[in-house]
Design a protein around this ligand. Structure first.
Ligand SMILES: C[S@@+](CC[C@H](N)C(=O)[O-])C[C@H]1O[C@@H](n2cnc3c(N)ncnc32)[C@H](O)[C@@H]1O
Length: 444
C-alpha cells in the first residue's frame, strides 16, 4: 500500500514501523536510496522532509536503511527486504549459524517447531528451510510486527504473544515430533562502554527463563535453547546435550538440546543428531558449511575424573609443534578427541585447561591450526629483551593462553628495535609460566 506524504503524519510504534517496511511505499524507498547516496545524514533527512514526509517517518525510514546496510553481515542479502530494530539486530543469530539449528532439528526427525521469542525471525527463517511446519511467537509488539514482515512467504505462522508456563505447545503430528526453539534474550539493561546492553553468560537473567524452557521442554520431543558460548559445563541440565559452535573462527554460541528425541549413545545415524548426556563441538566455515563435528562419545576412554588425554606437567618440555584448537572444540572440552586420536604425534595438552596442545607433528587441520615452536623461554624481562635483540624484533605479536601474565606489562618490558615480525605466546607448561616464539610451519 502506498502512503501519500503527509507532513502531519501521526504514525507511531508498529504503524510507523510498518509504514517504512521495504516495498510498502516505493516512492519512499526510491527517495531513501537517493538520500543515502548523499552520504550526509542532515542532507538526507532534509531531502525526505522536503518531499513532504513527516520528520518521524523520514527518520524511521533512514534508520531502517542504515540498519539494513549493517544487518547484511549477519542476515545476508535478505536484510535488504527486512524490517529491523536495533536491539533485534544485535540479538539476531548469524544466518549461517541459524541454518545449523534447522539442520539439527531435521536430523532428529522433527516435523513441527515453535520458535518461542523469535525476535526479528533470523532463526525462524532458517527453521522454515528444514522443518515442514513452523510457528513463531514474540512477546514484544514492534518486534513481532517486524517478524511478521520478515517471515511473509516462508509459511511460518507468526503470533504476537508472551509465552508462560500455562502455554501448551502444538502436539501434531505427535508431541514426539514437535520441537521448541528458544534463543532467550541475554541483555541486562546495563549499558557497556559503547552504549550497548551488557550480556549475561550464565543461567540467571535469561528471558524466557531457563526454568520456563525446561518446563516446556517436557511437553515436546526436542528443545533447543541457544545460550552464550561461555556457558559452564556444570550448568548443563542433567541428561541434556550441550553443543558449542564456532563460525568462521569465532566462538559464537552453545546450544542446550533436551528431550526424548535425543539419541542414545551409539544410536545416532546422523552425526548432527544430539546424543543425550553428551557434549559436542561444531565448526562452521564462513558460508555455514559444517567443516567438522565431534562429540564426547568420541573421546578416548579415561579413568573417571581424568581428562582422557595426556596433559604436560611443569617438568615436561614442548614438542616441535603447538596445536591451536578451534575455539568450539576447546570450549567443549574436547581437545582429547584430536590429541587421543594421534598417538604417533605424541600430542599432549600444555596444562590442565590450557586448551592448546604440543606434538611432534602437525595436527588435523579440521580442528587445529599448527604452529612451529622456535624457542621456549622463561618470561623474565632480561630473557625476553635478549631474545628480542637476537631475533631483531620490530613488530611484536603477543598472544596469551593459560598464562597469568599481563601481555601489556610484558610488552612494556621488551624493546623492539629490529625490523622482524615475531609472534610470542604467553602460556604455561603444567604450572610453569613460559613464553614461546612460534611461527607458521613451512608449506609442505
Ligand atoms: C534473543 S531474541 C531472539 C532472536 C532471534 N532468535 C533471531 O535470531 O532473530 C529473544 C526474543 O525473545 C522475546 N521473548 C522473551 N521472553 C518471551 C516470552 N516469554 N514469550 C515470547 N517471547 C519472548 C524477546 O522479546 C526477544 O525478542
Amino acid at each position: 500500500m502506498s502512503h501519500a506524504p503527509d507532513p502531519d503524519d501521526p504514525l507511531a510504534g508498529v504503524d510507523l514501523l510498518r509504514s517504512v517496511a521495504p516495498g510498502s511505499d516505493p516512492a519512499l524507498d526510491a527517495l531513501v536510496a537517493e538520500a543515502r547516496a548523499t552520504g550526509d545524514a542532515f542532507a538526507a533527512a532534509a531531502l525526505l522532509r522536503g518531499a513532504g514526509f513527516a520528520p518521524e517517518r523520514a527518520a524511521a525510514a533512514l534508520s531502517q536503511a542504515e540498519l539494513r546496510a549493517t544487518g547484511t553481515a549477519k542476515l545476508g542479502e535478505r536484510a535488504a527486504g527486512m524490517l529491523l530494530t536495533r536491539a533485534g539486530l544485535e540479538q539476531a543469530t548469524r544466518w549461517q549459524v541459524a541454518e545449523l539449528h534447522g539442520r539439527v532439528l531435521a536430523a532428529a526427525g522433527i516435523e513441527q517447531v515453535t520458535d518461542v521469542g523469535c525476535g526479528l525471525g533470523a532463526d525462524t527463517w532458517a527453521l522454515t528451510r528444514h522443518v515442514p511446519a513452523v510457528t513463531a511467537l514474540e512477546a514484544d509488539t514492534e518486534t513481532a510486527a517486524a517478524a511478521a514482515h520478515n517471515l511473509a512467504g516462508t509459511g511460518a505462522v507468526v503470533e504476537h504473544r508472551e509465552v508462560d508456563a500455562s502455554w501448551q505447545p502444538p502436539a501434531a503430528p505427535e508431541a514426539a515430533r514437535c520441537a521448541l526453539w528458544f534463543d532467550p534474550a541475554r541483555r541486562t539493561g546495563v549499558a557497556d562502554a559503547r552504549g550497548r546492553a551488557r550480556r549475561v553468560s550464565g543461567p540467571t537473567g535469561l528471558r524466557p527463563s531457563l526454568e520456563l524452557v525446561t518446563t516446556l521442554a517436557g511437553r515436546v520431543g526436542l528443545t533447543g535453547c541457544k545460550v552464550g558460548p561461555g556457558w559452564r559445563h556444570g550448568d548443563v541440565p542433567a541428561g541434556a546435550h550441550a553443543q558449542w559452535v564456532s563460525h568462521d573462527g569465532d566462538l559464537v554460541e552453545a546450544v542446550l538440546w533436551m528431550g526424548r528425541a535425543l539419541a542414545s549413545p551409539g544410536g545416532a545415524p546422523d552425526p548432527l543428531r544430539p546424543v543425550a548426556g553428551a557434549h559436542s563441538a561444531t565448526r562452521l566455515d564462513h558460508d555455514g558449511t559444517v567443516l567438522a563435528h565431534t562429540d564426547s562419545t568420541a573421546l578416548p576412554p579415561s579413568p573417571a575424573g581424568m581428562p582422557g588425554h595426556r596433559v604436560l606437567t611443569s617438568e615436561d618440555e614442548l614438542g616441535t609443534h603447538l596445536w591451536e584448537p578451534d575455539p568450539a572444540l576447546a570450549q567443549a572440552g574436547l581437545v582429547g578427541v584430536v590429541a587421543g586420536g594421534a598417538a604417533e604425534a605424541r600430542a599432549a595438552e600444555l596444562g590442565t585447561g590450557v586448551g592448546w596442545m604440543t606434538a611432534d607433528l602437525p595436527g588435523d587441520p579440521a580442528w587445529v591450526r599448527t604452529h612451529r615452536v622456535v624457542e621456549v623461554m622463561a618470561p623474565r624481562p632480561k630473557v625476553l629483551s635478549a631474545w628480542a635483540r637476537r631475533r631483531e624484533v620490530g613488530e611484536l605479536v603477543l598472544r596469551k593462553h593459560g598464562s597469568s601474565l599481563d601481555p601489556a606489562v610484558v610488552r612494556q618490558r621488551i624493546r623492539t628495535r629490529g625490523d622482524q615480525r615475531r609472534v610470542l605466546l604467553l602460556t604455561r607448561i603444567g604450572d610453569r609460566q613460559v613464553a614461546v616464539e612460534i611461527e607458521a610451519p613451512a608449506e609442505p
